[in-house]
Design a binder for this molecule. Sequence first.
Ligand SMILES: NC(=O)c1ccc[n+]([C@@H]2O[C@H](COP(=O)([O-])OP(=O)(O)OC[C@H]3O[C@@H](n4cnc5c(N)ncnc54)[C@H](OP(=O)(O)O)[C@@H]3O)[C@@H](O)[C@H]2O)c1
Length: 248
Amino acid sequence: MRALILGGTADANSLAAAIARAGIDAVYSYGGRTATPAEQPLPTRIGGFGGVNGLADYLRREAITHLIDATHPFAAEMSRNAIAACAQTATPLLALERAPWEKTPGDRWIEVADVVSAVTALPETSANVFLAIGRQHLAPFGTRPQHAYTLRFVDPPEQALPWPDAEIIVSRGPFTLEGELAMMRARAIEWIVARNSGGGGARAKIDAARALGLPVIMITRPHLPDRPRVERVSDVMEWLGHRTCLGA
Ligand SMILES: NC(=O)c1ccc[n+]([C@@H]2O[C@H](COP(=O)([O-])OP(=O)(O)OC[C@H]3O[C@@H](n4cnc5c(N)ncnc54)[C@H](OP(=O)(O)O)[C@@H]3O)[C@@H](O)[C@H]2O)c1
């Protein structure tokens, strides 16, 4: 057995720890978006494979017997490539993907399908906006320079932002409700733009928005072809033939 974890998420990191503890031969793959990726207890590789064929070649060359797609729910290209490469090489595939957040009473969500629709859902009049989305998705917001944007990234952005001035917070998270409430109050945030990532670490901003009665423009997840999917690390371990008693 030799597993490949497509990682870059907290869930992938928990899985890597469980796989290392179980002594399973495995490789952890990062996309290379972060300058300082978290260290893993497994051999790590960084960077793209070169599309579907590149990944299929890698699976054959490295004699991968199990592929776990634990990428972020919005990393759709990698997930589509994994489905196609596993079909091409007859490699068993399992996705480890947290459930999306569900709207609860008090939430003021405007659900939109993509970033461009999120831009048009913003008001015309100037507002303080917390843009809680990846830095590769900022360009479309350049058409709305009237807003005062607050942004938060794991690394400081290398490229120029599409507005003359914006507040940048550099932090890896996870974030607490108290911390998010304090940040939103200090910056007098009026609107939040977020992606429905799911999970606990990013949820605090959604809970804070509800507590403050703020509208959230919520970008729904990209559509993926059907694939076997679980939400817990222990389910992946069982799929790999190892039982855990972690309740993870
Ligand atoms: N999208 C997000 O908001 C987000 C948030 C947190 C973490 N991440 C993590 O950041 C990484 C990149 O995300 P993305 O949204 O840019 O992906 P993406 O748009 O789905 O993928 C673009 C390309 O990046 C390469 N790639 C992506 N993930 C990879 C991985 N784990 N290992 C090796 N190559 C990978 C692949 O290149 P090739 O075609 O050349 O193989 C893929 O085609 C992923 O590991 C993801 O889990 C993403």
